[in-house]
Ligand binder design. Sequence first.
Ligand code: HGY
Ligand code: MN
Ligand code: MN
Length: 411
Amino acid sequence: MSALDPDALGARAESMIAALGSVSAEPGRLVRLYLSPEHRRAADLVAGWMRAAGLSVSEDALGTVRGRFGNASRRLLIGSHIDTVVDAGQFDGPLGVIAGILAAEHFASANTALPFGIDVLAFGDEEGTRFSATLASSLGCAGAFRPETLGLTDAKGISLADALRAYGKNPDDIAAAAYRRDEAAAYVEVHIEQGPVLESRNQPLGVVSAINGQTFLLLEIFGEAGHAGTVPMLLRRDALAGGAEAMLLAEQIARETRGEVVATVGRLNVEPGAANVIPGHVVLWLDMRSGSDAARSQFVERFKAGCRDIADRRHLGVTITTTREVPTTPCDAGLQQQLGAAVAGFESEPPRLGSGAGHDGQAMAKLCPIGMLFVRCRGGISHNPMEYASPRDMGLAVAALIRFIEKFQPG
Ligand code: HGY
Ligand code: MN
Ligand code: MN
């Protein structure tokens, strides 16, 4: 095994993170949406890095940039996403692509004969920020892309199908782009933890045991718009007051689970939206996660029943639609053990921890066994421009990924 220098690897990762982080739709904050001009620039930047690393580069029908090393039919897939949320941090997603490129480069530059090939994958749509579906591109690689997703439209009414065509892709090619099961030996993703556990344990790296399950609910509340100055309080059918009660109910039920379930309302629409009009219609988006599918479904039942009570008491109409349901996705035990052993070569045996955040691994698990390596991030902050991982920790992750690849045996 050749010697590795985590500090040098980390310094390279740091400069690549900064370069990719400067590709944004807005000057003052990081916004990089799927199939946007910024996605195109980021994809071209990543493709250039892949070529410079000695990988052959292609791009599939959903815009995933694929850097290929070796011609073996069995492939080790390594990747993450290059799209972002709004006002994003620079590490969420790009770190996994950059780690894959630096690790693959280690083998390509030495032209190492591996018993498998390596594909580094830069997915264009994990966050679902532009279209209300997430994981679209990794689902495409996994052969689980949902065709109805093509009809989803963005804030300007552009459908995913039209956005793909404008990006130079043909939706008819999506199915053929999927990996075959016999090709995909495993999928491994390096990602910032996006939480405080590793920092609290003073550990640079962790191995993910499972990706928590998710339920996304769309809550619509129907009341009656009215004059803010004339309608007596007891005669009001205030949709926003009802929505506020529902939000506090979600918080209360989640708190009672003592951490087993987390629930967030991150988006709220109020109509008509004038300060002197009692809101007649409210839409709120509820994001709920848990490592226990049973706890998550119990939460949903309690929340729905509570919302019906609120609506009855306040003479409101309410509809609750489940817009997404993803079960908890376990990481392969063998890959966990191999990633742990690779990290132990540089540090102590890393902790195992669940992921509260969703990842492309949820899609790739439909294709093959998955493993994830978490990197400590400062204050556990993510989905925020203050997101940060140190060059040393990033370098350790790349070095551990290289050691993992050296020992990996495709099943
Ligand atoms: O929402 C998530 O967990 C991921 O960042 N898309
Ligand atoms: Mn994210
Ligand atoms: Mn992510």
